[in-house]
Design a protein around this ligand. Sequence first.
Ligand SMILES: C[S@@+](CC[C@H](N)C(=O)[O-])C[C@H]1O[C@@H](n2cnc3c(N)ncnc32)[C@H](O)[C@@H]1O
Length: 233
Amino acid sequence: MTWKQFYTDFWKRMEPGFAVRPDVTRELELRSSRWAGKIGLELGVGMGFYSKTLATKCRTLYLNDINEHHLEHALSIEFERDNVKSLPGDASSLSVPDEIDVIFYLGNGLPHLSLSQFIKMAMNLSSRKDRLIVIEYMDFLETIRSDGFREKTYEPTGDADVMIESDNVLDFSKGIVAKSFSSQGSTYNISWNIYSSFIVQGVMESAGFKFDDRFSKVYSRNATVTRLDFFCN
Ligand SMILES: C[S@@+](CC[C@H](N)C(=O)[O-])C[C@H]1O[C@@H](n2cnc3c(N)ncnc32)[C@H](O)[C@@H]1O
């Protein structure tokens, strides 16, 4: 079994609703006046935990994921209206329809991307100048700073945080969290890229986005999640 298959399976095994973080849904609802009625794109949709909320508010919602199984799962959700479209592919090279007003990248998708992929993605998303992008990701550096990552044992929380377990290796020189674990007789080595909020902000600003708002809060046991909104113009 490849890591990709394992990861897909891991997500599929989660109970519906298990990994939905109510605070994210609530915050999306609270702040939806900024994008209600607009055409949205959800990058890296995963199982689609937030897609229903987004689709209820957006005029049209495109769903994207690089992993076809994830996208298929998200598209199988019973949406209230017939306003959801599929846009498969890699977010860093995706052909983004010009009509898209607002882009969501939720649930810690950034650590999947290398810095060069992230820069490419940011440049790609700024193809239209008045776009809003909402990013949510885990700020590992802030997490370490605030609660001493190395001394703690992290347990999986259902937020796809297979990497937040006890034997993570944190390599500042490479900017990664690496983890090796075994499951069903196979050993997997995975690594996630670390971005602090100033790196994210710097990349987005160099792509032409203006930093607009920022939320930081602690969720699911010791992990700091940062939410950033950028306008492009
Ligand atoms: C941590 S999950 C988050 C899923 C969802 N956004 C949520 O909040 O529940 C990250 C998702 O990003 C997808 N992904 C990873 N790299 C990607 C890329 N380059 N382009 C598009 N999707 C990507 C993964 O397949 C996975 O479904």
